[in-house]
Structures are given as C-alpha cells and as structure tokens.
Design a protein around this ligand. Structure first.
Ligand code: BGC
Length: 753
C-alpha cells in the first residue's frame, strides 16, 4: 500500500515536471541548444524534473550525510538527525542498518517531507557484513580476484538484506608503511595488483546494475594518497611528486572509476599543501575531467570541519566554500554544508549551478539505485532473515580465509600437523580471542560468533589431544601465566602459539611506532622454544610485523591475518593440511621499523648496495633486504621454475611478447602456486623501479607435474609518466624476471623499439 503511495507521489512529481519542462526548458538546464536537453524518460530527465521542484534548502539537504546513533565510527556531532530528516535536510544516513530501523527512517523521508525524496543508507561494509571475511590486506594475499569479487558480492547481499544501499568500500589506498594501522583495510603495496583488486571488489559490491536489490553502491576511498601519511602516522601530511601520485597511488582509483564505482570518498590528508577535501586538482581535474567520473564524491567524516585545523580555512564559511568548489558533493557528518551553503549561495560566493550539479549527481544515484521506484527496495524483512550467515556464506568465508594465510616458515616440515599422533599444547593470547578474529572495520560483525583456533582444533581433533593455556595477554607486561602454560607445552608433542595484535591495534587511528609483537609475547615465545618442542606460531594481525626476534623461536610460522567469522576452522584446515597454503604477501615484512618505508619496487639510487663499499646506499646496523619480500609465501609443495623463454628478443610498440615459464611441482603433494612476472625498465627518461609486477597466474600443479605458464606483454604494460609527464612506454632494454616472489632471479632481456 505504502509503496503505491510513493509511486503516486513520484508520478505526480514527474507529470508536473514534464509539463513545466515543456514550457520553460531554460530554467531547468539553461541549455545552449535543445539537443543538450536530457532525453525524456532518461535518468537525467527525471533528475532535472525533481531538481526544479526543490528549494535551495532542500537541495543542500541532499548533500548532507549524517550518522544515526545505532553505531558510531567517529564523534556524534548531530544527535538531532531525525529532526533533520523530517525537515528534508538530509540526503543520506550512515551507521544505520537492520530492516526495521532503516524502514522507520526511510518512512520519515518519504512520508513526512515535502518532496518525499528517499534517503540512501550507507555503512562501512569493508570485509563482510554479518559473515566476516578476512581483513582486506589478508584477503589480498590470496591473489584470487574471483574470491575477492565473491566476498564483496556476499557482503553486498547481506548488507542489502539489512537495509543498506551503499558501502564505504573498497579502500584502495596503496600503502608502503606498516606503521600505518589502515594498511589492513587495503590491498597492500603494489599498484598493478591493487588495481585489479579494486576492480574485483567494485564489481563484487555493485554487480552489473545499481538497481539490483542484492547489491550495494561502492565507494572508492580514500581519495587520494592517504596511504603515504608521513611516518605512518594516521591523518598525517602527504607530500609527493605528481609522477609518484600518478604512477603509484592513483591507478587503483582509476581502476575503481573504470569499473563503475558509483562514488568516491575524499581522504583526511593534505596532498602537497591542499587537503583532499578541498582539492580541485584531484576531484575536478583528475577524477572528473581526465577520468570522466559521473558519480558523486562524499567527504570523509567531518573532513570539511577539519579544513580549519589544516589551516587552509579561516572559518567554517571558507571551509565550505573551498570544499564545494573543489568538487566535494556530499558532506559526511560535519553538517557544515547545511549551515553554511545557504549563505554562500545568497551572497553569490557559490553559484547555485554548482549546488545543482552536486545535487544532480546524488539524485542520479538515487534513481539508479531504484530508490525512487521503491524506497524500500533493500528493506525486506524476509530477505533479512534468510540471507545472513547462510551456510554457503560461512563455507565461502572459511575457504577464502584459508586461501589468504601465508606460510612464512616451515622448517623440517613441521606442518602440516600429524593429527592422530600428536598431543598439542595451544598457548598464546589469541588462541581463544573471538572478537579479535575479525580485526578492525568489521562493523556489523558479531564477535562472539567467531570461531577461535581453540574451537577449530577441538572440533577437528579429539579434545583430549589439545590442552589450552593462555600464557600472557596481548598487550601488557604480566608474566604470571607463563609457568602454567609452559607446563602444558612441556607435556605436549608440539606447541601451537597464537599471537599477534588485538583487533584495535590496526585500522583507523591505530598507527604503531614499534611493529613487533606487543606486550610480553616475544618473551613468552622464547621461553616456549627453550623447551625443545616443535613450535608452530600462528599470527593474527593487521599489518606486516617486525618478526626478527620471533623467527628463530618458531619452526613454522603461519600468517593468518584476521581471518573473520570462520577463523578457527580455516586455520585448522591449513595446519592440518586439508588446505595446502598458497597465499603470497602483498606487503613487505621489514627486518626492523628503521627500514620503513620498504617495498619491493624501490629505485636503484646512484650508489646501489655493495657489501664491500661503505659509500653505498645502506644502513650500518641492518641489511637492506626485508625479512619477507612482497610476493613471498611457502606451500606444503615445492616448485621449481625454469628460466623464462621470450618469443622475441626485440618487439615494436604494437607487438606482443610471450614470456613462457615451466613450473614443476617437485613434491609429493598437489599444490597451487602464484607464478609472478616482473619487469625492469633498464634506462628511462626518468629513473625507474628495480622491479615491477606485470602479471601473475595462480595455477594448480599436481605432484610431479610441470605446468607451462604464458604471460603476454605489450608496450601498454610498460607505460609510466615520463620526463614530460606523458604516460608512455619508452624504447630501450627491459629485464624480465619470473618466479614465486619479487626476489625472482630467473631472467632474460628484450628490447622495445
Ligand atoms: C573513515 C572512513 C569511514 C568513515 C565512516 C572515517 O573515520 O576514515 O574510512 O568510511 O569514517 O565511518
């Protein structure tokens, strides 16, 4: 009944709009020629029809995004959000989900406001909604684009079943500094892989049509260069060359835009002196003019207000003026557009055409999301009951989590466990820490539902085989639990230590200047090792850690990241060998924090490392190479690479080069290997990285089998911003490397002519 009413009211809007449009087209679009008018029946026509009915206050209302009080992801600055909805001063709401709740808010908008324009409901659905998948950095280590698209699709299905239209994801910030807590939300340090993942996640969230009620609108964030915060301190300054910006940090955003991401979110940081939220170059020039982005840009949380603290606005009026003129369409939670834009338009400082354009962008998405046709399209109580925590979702979460775990060390084939024969001591602060299993940004995840490693092991083995003692906490200095836990270890055949960071120690506002295991965990592990038992260390953490002191004290190390709802089951699958690990690091693990930022595609310098020459680029107290390189990860299988065979020694700009490599599984187990292709441009008009990932294939290779992998390279893959800032490939010599990590040494050369 209700949706029929809405339909009628929207119909009324359109019939009125259509007739007035016929009489006064200039008022609507001020077109130069009639051919510029949007076609009747098109979304743009409908948008303009609504727009012309709106007062200035109603227009500004569409640009206002407020948090509800159901959840909090920042300071709650506008408790009167419900009154604002009723007054038509809100375009979208975030931190509200659950069909019953959002339905109430939507009803206020579509029944009680003058124009009955529906709200959009947004939320941080970052790595799952109810069913939590591995944290995005962990998931990226699967290098499995299909899996990542699937987890985003399931997240969208669950979120949309609980009333949501919009996720603030994917986070596509390239990150080279593990001190920055937000590295856990992204896809790691590499531009090429990060761009493919950005595309997969956008597709997973959005599907092929925004009006699909089982999908949500994506938001590529944080635009731009947030991952380069100085010293890894969250929200800090970013100062970088335009070339690095365009070659390294922007491509994943471009990939998200090309994949159709409906929205973008500005970042908190400044970029070369101009905060992103007021940065016309980023939004107007690059995003809209160069990339042709047609969606809307939302600011990050209170980012307009923060322009005052950045020191580029003397007061809130100036902050608002700079933000809207730079291209920030929607104000998240600062409430400053609502307060200051009316005056700015009246004084002529902001042309009403600028407001109209932003409103158009927002209304267009409301139409595309299907909200005008049915404001309750994603508010179906039946779907809400049926679609969350389904066994299919839980199974997929378990599989993807197991695919994301990186085996860092496995001396003497300590893993997989010999299940029937072994008595296991399970120790460490993360062995039974349910909430921590899903890490940060698992907003609607229910911590108590997560399977811990204790649950997984006990459920898979006979319980008498497993003795659990915590030993110590994650982050304090109390050693009182050591003795009891060490006794359990002494009575066992093998020790599994579950250690790492608490969920709160990564994510937003969670930078660390010391990236070792926190508290007394290192010390406890050293005590365990002294007992002489085989030690398996399972790590749960959000960022690459400094594992230098840990490495000698564990025979095997499995980097499990934050695996999500099915954590304990998935880790047990890998430990027991039900799943053969295949993941590879997407971020470098340094030897110590002093090496940071450290990443595989650095530049050579004029004095590259030479152990015998003091005056080369190095440290006095630590080696140059990392502890674990980008692309590294072991398997229970072993693989042997042949040298690459090139189809030609020289190719032209329009040719394709085939790079062929044979990979043999030399073990007795079937296993998957991520075969990687790297290229080095030996001399350019500007200096080039020592290695760049240009392709990879994940292949299953049976025991004893050899698979042939063929990569195709063209000059398009070799482009960069040259001396004149043109995006081109340059003639010259290139080295090609293939292998199972960025340390790959099997190489050959070719010439581009
Ligand atoms: C974060 C964003 C997030 C927003 C809304 C901000 O603090 O930086 O990533 O989407 O809050 O919760």
């Amino acid at each position: 009944m209700f949706s029929r009413l809405i339909f009628l009211s929207v119909l009324c809007l359109f019939s009125e709009a259509t007739s007035s449009l016929a009489q006064a087209p200039k008022k609507v679009m001020a077109p130069k020629s009639v051919s510029k008018l949007p076609a009747k029946g098109s979304v743009d026509f409908k948008v303009d029809s609504v727009l012309k009915l709106m007062t200035l206050e109603e227009k500004i209302g569409q640009l206002n995004l407020l948090t509800s009080d159901l959840d909090q992801t920042g300071a709650s600055m506008r408790p009167q959000y419900k009154e604002d909805i009723l007054k038509g001063k809100v375009g979208a709401i975030f931190n509200a989900y659950g069909v019953e709740y959002v339905r109430k808010l939507q009803k206020m908008a579509v029944e009680e406001t003058r124009l009955k324009i529906p709200l959009i409901f947004g939320y941080d659905v970052i790595h799952g909604h109810r069913t939590i998948f591995p944290s995005p950095l962990g998931e990226s280590c699967s290098w499995d684009l299909e899996a990542m698209e699937t987890s985003a699709r399931i997240a969208a299905l669950e979120a949309s079943s609980m009333g949501l239209d919009w996720t603030f994801a994917p986070m596509v910030d390239i990150a080279r500094d593990p001190r920055w807590g937000r590295v856990m939300e992204g896809a790691g340090e590499d531009t090429y892989l990060g761009s493919l993942i950005a595309k997969a996640r956008v597709k997973g969230f959005q599907g092929s049509s925004l009006s699909d009620p089982t999908r949500v609108m994506a938001c590529a964030k944080h635009y731009a260069a947030y991952g380069a915060a100085q010293a890894g301190r969250d929200y800090s300054t970013v100062d970088m060359s335009d070339r690095t910006l365009r070659d390294v940090y922007l491509p994943p955003f471009k990939a998200a835009a090309d994949a159709g991401s409906a929205t973008f979110m500005t970042s908190f940081n400044e970029l070369n002196g101009i905060p992103a939220t007021a940065n016309k170059y980023l939004m107007d020039q690059i995003l809209r003019k160069e990339w042709g982005f047609k969606g809307f840009v939302v600011t990050d949380y209170t980012a307009i207000w923060e322009l005052l603290f950045h020191g580029i606005a003397a007061d809130s009026v100036e902050a608002v003026k700079k933000s809207i003129l730079a291209g920030s369409d929607m104000d998240m939670q600062a409430s400053m557009y609502m307060q200051r834009l009316p005056g700015l338009v009246k004084s002529g400082a902001v042309p009403v055409s600028v407001i109209d354009e932003s409103v158009r962008r927002v209304l267009r998405k409301k139409f595309e999301l299907g909200l005008f046709a049915n404001p309750f399209i994603r508010m179906d109580a039946e779907r809400e009951k049926k679609n969350v925590y389904t066994s299919a979702h839980l199974n997929m979460a378990r599989q993807i989590a197991a695919k994301s775990m990186v085996l860092l060390k496995n001396d003497h084939n300590t893993l997989p466990l010999k299940l029937t024969a072994q008595k296991i001591a399970l120790v460490g602060p993360l062995a039974d820490a349910a909430r921590d299993m899903m890490g940060s940004w698992s907003a609607a995840g229910e911590g108590e539902k997560n399977a811990t490693l204790l649950t997984g092991l006990k459920g898979s083995l006979t319980s008498s085989q497993v003795e659990y003692k915590k030993g110590c906490e994650i982050n304090d200095t109390v050693r009182a639990g050591f003795a009891e836990a060490l006794k359990a270890c002494a009575n066992s055949d093998i020790v599994i230590c579950a250690m790492g960071e608490g969920a709160w120690q990564s994510g937003e506002a969670a930078s660390r200047s010391d990236i070792k295991l926190p508290g007394v965990q290192e010390e406890f592990l050293a005590e365990v090792k002294k007992l002489g038992k085989p030690v398996v260390l399972v790590l749960f953490n959000g960022r690459p850690l400094d594992l230098t002191n840990v490495l000698p004290n564990a025979d095997a190390i499995l980097e499990a990241w934050y695996p999500g709802t099915m954590a304990g089951w998935a880790v047990t699958d890998v430990l027991a060998g039900v799943v053969n690990p295949s993941a590879k690091l997407t971020m470098t693990f340094p030897r110590n924090v002093g090496q940071v930022p450290i990443y595989y595609n650095m530049k050579n310098t004029g004095r590259p490392y030479d152990a015998n020459n003091k005056y080369t680029s190095k440290y006095l107290d630590v080696r140059n190479d990392p502890l674990f390189a980008f692309g590294y990860g072991l398997s229970y299988s072993t693989f042997l690479y042949s040298s690459p065979k090139l189809s030609a020694k020289s190719i032209g700009m329009k040719d394709t080069l085939n790079v062929t490599v044979n990979v043999k599984n030399t073990s007795t187990r079937h296993g998957e290997e991520i075969v990687q292709l790297y290229v080095q441009d030996m001399a350019g008009s500007v200096t080039r990285p020592i290695n760049e990932l240009k392709g990879f294939q994940k292949v299953m290779i049976n025991s004893g089998e050899t698979k042939t992998v063929v990569f195709k390279l063209t000059s398009n893959d070799l482009r960069f911003h040259n001396q004149d800032m043109n995006f081109v490939a340059e003639k010259g010599l290139f080295t090609v490397r293939v292998g199972g990590s960025s340390d790959a040494t099997q190489s050959d050369e070719f010439e581009l002519r």
